[in-house]
Ligand binder design. Sequence first.
Ligand code: CS2
Length: 487
Amino acid sequence: MSDRLGLGTLGRIPEASRPRITPGDAGAGIVHLGLGAFFRAHQAVYTEDAMAAGGGDWGIVGVGPRSAKVIDDLRAQDGLYSVTTLAAEGRSTRVIGAIAGLRHAAADPAAVVALLADPAIKIVTLTVTEKAYRLDPATGRLLLDDDLRGDLETDRDPRTVPGLLIRGLAARRRADGGPIALVSCDNLPSNGHRLRGLVDYLATATGHSDWVAGNVTFPGTMVDRIVPASTAETLAVAAGELGVRDEAAVHGEPYMQWVIEDDFPAGRPAWEQAGAVLAGDPRPWELLKLRTLNGVHSAIAYLGAVAGRETIYSALEIPGLVTAMRRFIAEDIAPSFDPPPGITVVEYGDQVLHRFANPAIGHRTVQVAMDGSQKLPQRLLHAILDRRRAGGIPRWGALAVAAWMRYVRGTTDDGRPLPLDDPLADRIRQRLATAAPTPAGTVDALLGLDTVFAPELAGDETVRQLLVDWLTELDKHGVEATLAGVR
Ligand code: CS2
């Protein structure tokens, strides 16, 4: 099939799959940083539905911070791409027409800075992954490395996301561009507060703090939809459904949720008409989602990958794993925080396990396993710490962390290599290389990663012993035999 999705071929695709707005009709009102699959299957869909229901100039200018591939693919398709929803009982595909423009930050940062200064732009949303915030995961403090320092102290082109934001805000101030909301849609706890802290720091360092305080808001959000990385099969399915090729196709589960703090000084799309929840304080939702969904996801990913399972779905078939995760949710996660009113963590957790068990979603364990050093604190370690402060013994949380420790050693139980895709990969490897070749040696070496394990946790003898015990089990018997013993 050679014809490609685009404005010229839109009339040929099945009517039910066409965009719910007329592409190009709405002016641009949002800049989005990070054009990964998650954004394309989540915020862009909500925004298109909000425009279809409530109108407004909320077209999205998509900015790719690094990779040019997705920009090129989307440009070749006039910004159009499809989302296939994968349900156990069947699938459906729709084309999204909400992208009103595209920029490549690495190639043309000045264009992005100009965009952020444009008064028509009223909202900036971000999905740039945990590591782009340059915050120390253990303490939440800013990591001022050479790239970021250069963004602040010189006038060369900005190289980091925070650098791009602060240059853009400074230009907006000069251009009198008016107030704007910066919205983190990454899986970080208190993501709005964190982004505010980061931008405040940069604004103070560059003399813009008063303007930022008076003109910029940082609504917090909880975002949720399982969106595995696209594969050749994703593209083949999209082409089959549409009758034209779509090189930017994405796919995801049927479930989606977006809880947004309603703090937009220059207006916003009618996201509530698209099913989003506009809330006062989204933090209880963030804790619920990070600790329950993402914490359990990571636990399954590490255990499953070490057991040699390709996907989350196939990992769930390991006897004892679901029981262990249910106990993890009930005994360690649920008592660690207060959920939003009307929500029971155990019921939410059951729903999450049901979503993970969707056979149509081929979410790879190694994809969820990546960037563990950035994910562990908010997903697993904060709950463990809260349980310890309350005098609890977080046995199952420790199993999840021990599985990460086993995973980063780099082989499955039957000796096949596992990738270590993590910004701290070198430090992790160095520490393991000089550690004593015993479970305790591994545990002590990794607990010494101070940007992952806060001192209170690293110095907790009970936690250390739990980790050594689990890692001893995992080393001696492997994941499957360890889990088979779980009742
Ligand atoms: C996953 C998440 O890759 C991962 O680390 O845990 O991306 C997860 O699928 C989403 O947060 C679900 O909303």
